[in-house]
Write a protein that binds this ligand. Sequence first.
Ligand SMILES: Nc1ncnc2c1ncn2[C@@H]1O[C@H](COP(=O)(O)OP(=O)(O)OP(=O)(O)O)[C@@H](O)[C@H]1O
Length: 432
Amino acid sequence: MESIQATKQRFGIIGNDPKLNRAVEKAMQVAPTDISVLVTGESGVGKESIPKIIHSLSHRKHGKYIAVNCGAIPEGTIDSELFGHEKGAFTGATATRSGYFEVADGGTIFLDEVGELPLPTQVRLLRVLENGEFLKVGSSQIQKTDVRIVAATNVKMVDAINKGKFREDLYYRLSTVEINLPPLRERSEDIHLLFRKFASDFANKYKMPTIRLDDAAVELLLKYRWSGNIRQLRNVAEQVSVLEENRDITYQTLKHYLPDMGSNLPAVVNTKKSESDFSSEREILYKVLFDMKRDVNDLKKLTLELMKSGNAAKVKEENSSLINKIYSETHSQEDDLESFIETEHSPVREEKVEVLNIAELSSEANTPTRTKKDAYDFAEEIEEEENLSLQQKELELIKKSLEKYQGKRKDAADELGISERTLYRKIKQYNL
Ligand SMILES: Nc1ncnc2c1ncn2[C@@H]1O[C@H](COP(=O)(O)OP(=O)(O)OP(=O)(O)O)[C@@H](O)[C@H]1O
């Protein structure tokens, strides 16, 4: 068998931490068997390498390797993606389609974020694991497949089981062997090593001299919490490599690239603050952004009400406090709204407002066009302006909540008011 070092080199795995080495070794040991493996560890610790090692060192290495991100596939299509469907099984199923389990016959499937699988899909998966059988969606014909499954999760499966979100029998079936990857903060020996490797890669990529950290900056690197683990470290190395002209990086410079350092550094005690007691510019910024978002939402609400009722005077009367609140600071803006309201008298049909299909509206015949179109332009403008800044705001809020809950997506999603699945997609989208 090839050595652990050689395997790490082959798969581009940097680090010498004993727990990392043990994880690689375990992957090598289980590879020749068909045992199901569950890879666990926080987001960004490098779980994706493990199934690749297992597949490449197994007798299936000439078969297909398919990595499926269960968290990123919408619930409505996941069964069809995994198991395929028959023609006519649902609207839009115009042809019979093979799923990943059929395509990967003789190979390996990596089910990343397995904890995100909906319960009905878990039932299907259990059946494949037990006897290799599955049914295409819309079919009653049992099919057979010979697939090795490696799954990964960054959620505590025991919690998911206790909450009834994950089947206990499936968990035991998946986790015959568990391989855990430690968080980066527990691999302090590897942090600087990884940073240097990434810095050198980015220097090559961007054709610039490699950045170097001074001693204090290295200290900071080692003390930081790295809630996004290696993915976050890599992002920081890339940002610093691209943005810093002076290639000698000091503590002060590096600090700017580490979000919320106060709460990430274990040395700083995080005391509860009152709403108005801001200890950092960042928090003030968040407050401003929250207020702005609230104002934009209020404006949208007002606009929609106006379009629904078509009675500007009534809307104005019923929402006077809201209008005052939004426009109290700038009279010129208030004037704009006043004149907008005063000139809008055309009723807009309710069903159109709810759909808010601008294209459909503008092509509609006999529309009392000007006023109606203006109303939509107004709504569209708000939407556009908001989108431009919202992406940044969204990114920051997601980062902030993930840091606040130490990467626990469930808690972060709850606070953000979005589903875990949506949060997962956003994390991938922003490469957090
Ligand atoms: N030991 C390592 N050496 C070099 N790069 C690494 C190492 N571990 C992880 N990486 C890099 O870090 C990034 C994140 O790794 P990966 O996607 O495998 O994390 P993950 O644990 O699967 O995260 P998630 O749970 O969010 O899917 C990737 O760009 C990967 O190449």
